[in-house]
Design a protein around this ligand. Sequence first.
Ligand code: ZN
Length: 287
Amino acid sequence: MANRRLLISFAHPDDESFGLGAAIGKWVEEGVEVYLICATNGDVGTVPESMKDKYSSVAELRLSELHCANKVLKFKEMFLLGYRDSGMMGSETSKHPESLWTQWETNPEKVTRDVTRVIRQIRPHVVVTFNKYGGYGHPDHIAIQRATEKAFECANDSQFDVDGLAPYRPQKLYYNSFPKITLQMRIWHTRLKGQDPRRMGRNHDIDMVKILDHIEPVHTRIPISDYMDIWEASSICHESQGGGRITRTAKWLQNILYTKQGFTRVYPVPDRDIVDEDSVFAGVMVD
Ligand SMILES: [Zn+2]
């Protein structure tokens, strides 16, 4: 029997490790072929000055960190689409003609085509991307979510030609999710420290209250507590982005916050918004 195949469609070097490091570790250990789309090179990420010396650009540094993470996570293959990182919504960098956000705004068919090409090449049973808010409102996350959802449909459309590749329809589409309770606790803790949960992150541009408002229903929860080491090891690779945050959380809190990874099932559309799966491969027919 062929292996189960899963495609993760994300935007930056680090999204895979910070967001799904434990889940990827679990899937790969279980024999799933996990593929990654990383749509941008992370060009405009904030990077400590001391780390820039060895590299000709921030993009080169970020991609080297992604290759480090790949050694831990063991993707079957990574597809680097090479778009320019947009930075935050409304910033000058998001208006750069090569940025993923501008490319999506001006030429959505091109981005859709790039994702469709990967889907038709690897023929994944399951596709995972960001939620509609792009997790925390990052324009590149939103762009790749929209392109992936569109590509999920187009991949099976014989009229949508991409290099003569045969049409193919994956069986399931998911958004990765973040536990509500974790966010609520963080917001509470942030306020307790006298900080503003609407102005978090290095650049004070992450609004945790808005993230909470945009959380979508979870239909699938997969146990990940046995994969904390992989999660941590892959996150540490992204040192320039503050990697290695899991072990900075107290062990007792890790056991509350990080036992399950949730997913929103987009296709097939759930009858009801309840957790009814413990695997994204539930009900999947493997060729
Ligand atoms: Zn990102």
